[in-house]
Design a protein around this ligand. Structure first.
Ligand SMILES: Cc1cc2nc3c(=O)[nH]c(=O)nc-3n(C[C@H](O)[C@H](O)[C@H](O)COP(=O)(O)O)c2cc1C
Length: 590
């Protein structure tokens, strides 16, 4: 027979309970007060006829002590009780067992643990939510080509979440139009952001994008693909910085830095580089006062640690990356004296989040906010084709692969994509191998050239070059000119035509090109699909991004409660899988 711990031996002693974060406890100042408050609330529930769990849970008392057969039905009651996240529960020693009840005990004697009410609004950093005017510390990362669409950004914002518009790969007029649409639809001051991608090849484009954001009053950017801090990014961060009447520094523009390496993180955790500030002052882009104040702030107050994700990724495990970045943040706070000056840097967790357990784990590891990507591409608001969303709904964790990226093709850059239902990963890899092996397209053996033209490009190389040349002449003529005299570069640009078009074909649902679809996606999609299996959310057309966010957070809240019950050694708890199984009520909750 299993020995039953006394409350004093239990992991969750009364002393532990007092140390639980007050916010998690729903603001109760101390345990006896909490117990008192709960007793009176239970009484008022009974008075107004709101169904109480008392009845169910008294059954549960008996069940836990009874046979295995009745314990199963006790598990059902416990499941319902744990899932009712607004109601606190108590783990109480009864005889040789520890049972779960929603009746507040009269004394602390025998109390082995409190399972507080958990609101989905209480996850993550409260200052993060406050500073960004959000209901929940839940962020939707940008997805290029408008896959993180105007609809996605607006719907998430109206539900109290933050989403970044996927400006990558879109021309400036399209980005401007999208921002204006978002601003027109978000008339209630809801927060939103836009992606700012570092452009390795084209600094002018990065400048123009920043100028556009500043002119339109975009105050949140998700800065990605930076390996070092660029002048346009500093310009964005520093523009408009000033001291308020009470003396504190006001920074109007927020940078959410997306990082996966410590050496990049340290640059975002530090103040803007002095030399760039001096250059910006010299060129008249910022004032000397702005530069002076900038020396006191970090480049970014929010830093998203991106683990194994869809798209560009270093594929680090979140369980290694996040702790590493927590160290970096601590070190930077000391080095730059942020703590003394009350400057906070919030860390976000991204990569692999697709079901409630990963949400729970990310917050438990210390994330101030979480970021999802792949799972939102599968939602009805995403700017990709319905057929692609369907393909995503059928994917498993292992249905993703790394393959060459169009933007850093020559350097061997890679992205994570869906491999199920498309030949893109193999075809892109073939083109990359040919590029590495031969000095020009003409140098490739004729049978291989033929295969490339008929099976991959599906048109003659010369025709692809004509279109490619036109494109580069309109954007960056020096690239086209270089390709005219450099056959290897010409081959790279033509192969990049295929890599670039393959994303577009997928977004537009070009049926004739389905085998070439390039669909950025990480293993998180497999987590989502496994979790939603057999529910209404298994179908792509039912996937609504804000409802999904709420369901994920609710599931994480239930898991948090189960964990506390387990720590208090409550017996016969429902399994982790049972407590997080998707409930339609979670989806319906507003
Ligand atoms: C289809 C797709 C496109 C993406 N495009 C971008 C992008 O343009 N810019 C960016 O910063 N991140 C991009 N990401 C990364 C997401 O913003 C997010 O950080 C990432 O997807 C989170 O990891 P997950 O895919 O495991 O959820 C993209 C991700 C996906 C799935």
């Amino acid at each position: 027979m299993q020995s039953i711990p006394s409350p004093a031996q239990s992991d969750a002693s009364a002393a532990d309970l007092h140390s639980v974060d007050m916010e998690t406890l729903g603001g109760f100042p101390n345990l006896p007060a909490m117990v008192r408050a709960e007793r009176s609330s239970a009484a008022s529930h009974a008075n107004v006829g709101i169904p109480s769990l008392d009845q169910d849970l008294s059954l549960l008392h008996a069940d836990v002590r009874e046979s295995a057969q009745t314990a199963a039905s006790g598990t059902e009651h416990m499941l319902a009780a744990l899932r009712n996240i607004e109601r606190p529960l108590y783990a109480v020693a009864e005889g040789r067992s520890t049972i779960l009840t929603d009746r507040a005990p009269l004394t602390l004697d025998g109390l082995a643990g409190v399972i507080p009410a958990v609101r989905i609004e209480s996850f993550g950093s409260s200052t993060f939510r406050k500073d960004h005017n959000l209901r929940c510390a839940y962020v939707v990362g940008a997805m290029a080509g408008g896959i993180a669409s105007v609809d996605l950004v607006v719907d998430m914002a109206q539900a109290g979440f933050l989403a970044f518009f996927g400006a990558g790969a879109l021309p400036l007029p399209a980005i401007e139009q999208a921002i204006r649409q978002i601003q027109a639809r978000l008339s209630g001051g809801e927060s939103f952001g836009v992606n700012l991608l570092h452009n390795y090849y084209d600094e002018k484009l990065e400048w123009a994008t920043v100028e556009l954001f500043l002119s339109l009053g975009v105050t949140r950017v998700e800065a990605a693909a930076f390996v070092s801090i660029s002048a346009p990014l500093v310009h964005y961060r520093v523009k408009g910085i000033h001291r308020a009447v009470d003396g504190h520094i006001v920074v109007p523009n927020h940078v959410f830095a997306k990082v996966s390496r410590p050496e990049v993180a340290t640059q975002f955790l530090a103040p803007p580089p002095e030399q760039l500030l001096a250059e910006l002052v010299a060129s008249g882009k910022i004032t000397a006062d702005e530069a002076a104040l900038a020396a006191h702030i970090p480049m970014a107050n929010e830093m998203t640690c991106e683990a194994d994700s869809g798209g560009h990724t270093d594929r680090r495990p979140l369980s290694v990356l996040l702790p590493m970045m927590l160290h970096e943040r601590e070190q930077a706070a000391v080095l730059h004296g942020y703590d003394q000056r009350g400057i906070e840097i919030r860390l976000g967790a991204a990569g692999g989040i697709g079901e409630p357990l990963s949400v729970h784990a990310a917050f438990a590891m210390g994330a101030d906010y979480i970021v999802t990507g792949s799972i939102n591409q599968a939602c009805r608001q995403s700017g990709t084709a319905a057929g692609v969303r369907q393909m995503l709904a059928e994917a498993c964790m292992a249905d993703v692969a790394m393959c060459p990226a169009s933007d850093m093709f020559e350097m061997g850059g890679r992205v994570q994509v869906l491999k199920r239902g498309t030949m893109y990963p193999q075809r892109a890899q073939r083109l990359y191998d040919l590029y590495k092996t031969y000095p020009s397209f003409d140098a490739i053996p004729a049978p291989e050239r033929k295969k490339v033209e008929t099976q991959i490009l599906k048109r003659p190389f010369a025709e692809v070059w004509q279109e490619t040349e036109r494109y580069w002449m309109s954007r960056q003529p020096d690239e086209a000119e270089r390709a005219r005299s450099d056959e290897k570069h010409k081959m790279a640009l033509c192969f990049r035509w295929y890599l670039g078009m393959s994303s577009r074909w997928a977004r537009l649902g070009e049926a004739a090109r389905q085998a070439d679809y390039q669909i950025w996606c990480g293993p998180a999609i497999g987590g989502l699909n496994r979790w939603t299996q057999g529910t209404s959310l298994a179908k792509s057309e039912n996937r609504d991004a804000p409802s999904l966010a709420r369901a994920l957070l609710t599931g994480a809240a239930v898991l948090q409660r189960r964990e506390l019950a387990a720590r208090a050694r409550v017996r016969h708890l429902p399994s982790v899988v049972a407590v997080m199984s998707l409930s339609d009520a979670w989806l319906a909750a507003g």
